[in-house]
Design a protein around this ligand. Structure first.
Ligand SMILES: [Zn+2]
Length: 105
């Protein structure tokens, strides 16, 4: 049995692709599932997208550990304009495109 397991649900497509890229650079195959993938990007307002990251069962524990490491290494920053949490790799807020403020990083 080589089932798939849901690793996490991202709040938006950009976040999902960021995680996917980081995991794939570690050799873990990631599959994205979610309503946001059905239509073209831009048809859905940002903020209500729900994208899930799935990995194969043997990779799950490694992927989970990888996520914890990435989270520890890269604390999120909070947008000063809309107060959304952003990944540290983002230079602009995913939600309102405001610039990252070092004060809050
Ligand atoms: Zn913002």
């Amino acid at each position: 049995m080589d089932g798939k397991m849901q690793l996490l649900a991202a709040g938006n497509l950009l976040e999902a692709h960021t995680w996917k890229g980081m995991l794939e650079s570690s050799g873990i195959a990631v599959e994205l599932k979610g309503e946001a993938l059905l239509g073209g990007v831009g048809e859905l307002p940002t903020g209500i997208q729900n994208v899930e990251l799935w990995v194969s069962q043997p990779d799950y524990q490694v992927a989970k550990k990888q996520m914890d490491l990435l989270n520890a290494e890269q604390p999120q920053w909070k947008c000063v304009s809309c107060h959304e949490a952003n990944e540290s790799s983002f230079e602009l807020c995913w939600n309102c495109s405001a610039e990252k403020s070092e004060k809050y990083s």
